[in-house]
Write a protein that binds this ligand. Structure first.
Ligand SMILES: NC(=O)c1ccc[n+]([C@@H]2O[C@H](COP(=O)([O-])OP(=O)(O)OC[C@H]3O[C@@H](n4cnc5c(N)ncnc54)[C@H](O)[C@@H]3O)[C@@H](O)[C@H]2O)c1
Length: 268
């Protein structure tokens, strides 16, 4: 039976682990070929575990075991030549990019008056500017094909404030500005753009924040959450289901909109 995204090509940033990996596998199960792009090494900030080259290689094998094709690239979303090279190779190999999941991101706590410029710049450069740097390389191919969908992974922090999270929240609110503006600009080309807004998700990011704070992952989730449903977090697979829907023809008239997966948090 044809899957929801049969024969589409999905370019996913932050694909080595966490939500990017879960979305890659869910899209592959629904018939998509996968391009995984991830920095795949430790970077200067935050000081927690990032994806690895081994994870990228195992993602490739897992996608192939599902009967789909995969390419993986180690590269930073702040590195335009690396992005251009990965997008160029993708077009040579697959001929198109139908789905862009702008998902790579970082998070860390910092009081507003103690935050360093390095912390501010890294947060904005990776979460916000990185989304644009990747999209601007992909969009010409979507315009040429007169088809495509861009899914920006924001957060509930893109719809509210957060204690010691002003740089993170600013980057995630900014992604709504990108989403709505790109939706306006790209609709005449039949390219859709949406943002998603998960509550805490059970991924290595949460473990990393716990490590930085000297807390347990559950404590981190409960500190910022306040989910209505009795769960500390949602699973990356829950986010992946939303990504598959938004990437599919079933969402063909959905653009410019914000999709919340918050276990009820924002109703408070
Ligand atoms: N975990 C949560 O609670 C949560 C909640 C809502 C939204 N989000 C957002 O979802 C996205 C994915 O988060 P996650 O929970 O899977 O995080 P994660 O840290 O578990 O995984 C992020 C992946 O992105 C990669 N990455 C980080 N910086 C990069 C860069 N500069 N260039 C390329 N790749 C880079 C990492 O190597 C890693 O593989 C992020 O944008 C995050 O802000 C997370």
């Amino acid at each position: 039976m044809a899957g929801d995204v049969e024969n589409r090509v999905a370019f996913i940033t932050g694909a080595a682990h966490g939500q990017g990996r879960a979305a890659a596998l869910a899209l592959a199960r629904e018939g998509a070929d996968i391009v995984g792009y991830d920095v795949a090494k430790k970077i200067e900030y935050p000081a927690y575990e990032f994806g690895t080259g081994e994870e990228l290689e195992s993602l490739k094998k897992e996608v192939e075991s599902l009967g789909r094709k995969a390419l993986v690239f180690a590269g930073d979303v702040r590195d335009d030549p690396a992005i251009a090279s990965a997008v160029g190779t993708t077009i040579e190999v697959f001929g198109k990019i139908d789905i862009l999941f702008n998902n790579a991101g970082i998070c860390a706590y910092a009081p507003v008056h103690e935050m360093t410029e390095l912390e501010w710049d890294a947060m904005i450069d990776i979460n916000l500017k990185g989304s644009w740097l990747v999209a601007r390389r992909v969009i010409p191919h979507m315009i040429r094909a007169r088809s495509g969908v861009i899914i920006n992974n924001s957060s509930v922090m893109g719809l509210r404030g957060g204690n010691r999270l002003s740089h993170y929240a600013a980057s995630k609110w900014g992604m709504i500005g990108l989403t709505k503006s790109w939706a306006i600009e790209l609709a005449p080309h039949n390219v859709r753009v949406v943002s998603i807004h998960p509550t805490g998700v059970n991924t290595p990011m949460n473990d990393g924040l716990a490590f930085l704070e000297g807390a347990t992952p559950i404590e981190i989730a409960e500190r910022s959450a306040g989910n209505l449903l009795p769960v500390p977090w949602v699973e990356p697979e829950d986010v992946a289901h939303m990504v598959v829907y938004l990437a599919s023809e079933k969402a063909r008239y959905v653009t410019g909109a914000q999709f919340v997966l918050d276990a009820g948090l924002l109703s408070r």
